[in-house]
Design a protein around this ligand. Structure first.
Ligand code: TRP
Length: 476
């Protein structure tokens, strides 16, 4: 780190720091695209992060490639630089990885992304405004970060409503339990606030990024829609759409896409998403398509020509880059900025260092798994924080913080007291790993079976109804 310090101290004005940052950004990207040695890339990334933190501290706002600082950006304070946020964590729409067994350091991610923590005060406020016990994902910090949620609640209290937007990239037929997290939570939000919801299936995105045909991606979108519908969304308040279908049929949606495209430069998306000169132009313009549903007039059959309806986006934190871009563009094209609620990642069975992968059958519990497969996967693959022998475990206790079975229970076991007792018993050694796994197996088996039952009830006709542009039923 010493040469980082040297570099940073060398920059005394926002402009100098901005130039250093631009150079460093180019360096990181060229190292990455040249597939340079990992430690070289890591060192360069660390310096980049450090420079970004310093830039934010010096100017009061985030560094943006292609947007040099203005004269008002003189250093507001020269206090000690904040700690570099989660240096060894990589979080972007394509990669999530960390070297820490407890998983990504989410508090540091909040600093790095410049979002706000969902603290107890906000959870209490949500409870007060919606009049319901907060969802376990809020009680337990699964949704841990937000942008502008207080503003959404302020408006809601004054009887100004909002709508929900979430989505999914249909990269295969197989969905796993982790994919359900945003949908389970969005369904809860829809119920307690009684508001409309749009769900984007980015089959176009998956075509651009993966080695799949357009037809395959579209088919996966329809298959995934069935799992999404099985989460229980209200057909009178929910519109699900495939980009491949809806983009071509909605002039209003496409107009917004074009407006967004006009207001984001190549330099900016390179900075935000790390695109390089050899990425296809479809990828480069795709972020505008993920941004467009954040604006209410993209859905005239739902909102008419109103463009002022606030949007709230529940999503996993790796989607934030898309919406940082969206929020930056919104005021420049006359729209409100979407608010956000960010979730942590659902850990792979093998441990919290990475999120689950739909392409590795043993890394996750799939929505199609049989009770027996669930049992075997958990017993065989769920990373344990227990000790090697029963004697040692009884004596020293287990580590719930790195234990994947325990983590999964924090996502799915509803009862707070039961969960706390499991934690205490596991930590003291009274509860053995096998017993903990058994509790998880018995929690997941009925949950997955019920999902499969509900999915069976979802007919092609029902999917069609959800995916037909039509008015929704709500009061704004
Ligand atoms: N890009 C997301 C994915 O690959 C899909 C998506 C589109 C999305 N719009 C969204 C996710 C809004 C959350 C919120 O999964």
């Amino acid at each position: 780190m010493t040469d980082c310090q040297g570099d940073v101290e060398g920059a005394s004005t926002p402009m100098e720091l901005y130039e250093k940052l631009s150079e460093q950004g180019v360096k990181v990207r060229s190292l990455k695209s040249a597939k340079a040695d990992k430690t070289k890339v890591d060192t360069a990334v660390q310096l980049l992060l450090k420079l970004k933190m310093d830039y934010k501290q010096m100017t009061g706002h985030d560094y943006k490639a292609g947007c040099p600082p203005s004269e008002n950006d003189a250093a507001p304070n020269n206090g000690p630089a904040a700690d570099v946020a989660g240096e060894d964590d990589t979080v972007d729409p394509w990669t999530v990885s960390t070297t820490n067994a407890k998983g990504v350091d989410y508090d540091k991610l909040i600093v790095r992304f410049g979002s706000s923590k969902i603290d107890q005060e906000l959870v209490d406020r949500i409870e007060k405004v919606c009049g319901q016990k907060p969802h376990r994902f809020l009680r337990r910090g699964v949704f841990f970060s937000h942008r502008d949620m207080h503003q959404v609640l302020d408006a809601y209290e004054k009887h100004k409503s909002f709508y929900l937007y979430t989505g999914r990239g249909p990269s295969s037929e197989a969905m796993h339990v982790g994919h359900l997290i945003p949908f389970i939570f969005t369904k809860w939000l829809q119920d307690v606030f009684d508001i409309p919801l749009v769900i984007q299936l980015t089959d176009d995105e998956k075509y651009l990024w993966k080695d799949l045909t357009v037809e395959e991606c579209h088919r996966f979108a329809i298959e995934n829609a069935k799992d999404i519908i099985a989460c229980g969304f209200d057909i009178n308040k929910t519109f699900i759409f495939s980009d491949l279908d809806y983009m071509g049929s909605s002039p209003e949606f496409y107009r917004n896409v074009v407006k967004i495209q006009k207001h984001v430069t190549f330099n900016q998306v390179k900075g935000i998403f790390g695109f390089t000169d050899s990425d296809c132009i479809g990828k480069i313009s795709f972020p505008a398509i993920q941004a467009a549903p954040s604006f209410s007039n993209s859905f005239p059959h739902v909102f008419g020509s109103r463009k002022d309806i606030q949007c709230l986006i529940p999503c996993a934190i790796d989607q934030d880059p898309y919406f940082r871009m969206t929020r930056d563009v919104a005021p420049r094209i006359g729209y409100p900025k979407p608010a956000l609620l960010h979730s942590t990642f659902f850990p792979a069975l093998q441990g919290a260092q990475t999120k689950m992968s739909a392409s590795d059958a043993n890394s996750s519990i799939f929505l199609t798994d049989t009770p027996k497969q669930i049992k075997n996967k958990i017993n065989k693959h769920a990373f344990s924080g227990g000790k090697d022998t029963v004697e040692e475990h009884r004596k020293y206790g287990g580590n719930a913080d790195v234990d994947v079975s325990f983590m999964y229970l924090t996502f799915f076991l509803e009862d707070d007291e039961q969960l706390e007792k499991i934690r205490q018993d596991y930590t003291s050694g009274a509860l053995l790993t096998g017993e903990l796994k058994k509790i998880l197996i018995e929690t997941l088996q009925p949950m997955i079976a019920q999902h499969q039952e509900r999915r069976k009830q979802v007919t092609d006709d029902l999917v069609k109804q959800f995916m037909t542009p039509r008015p929704l039923n709500f009061n704004l």
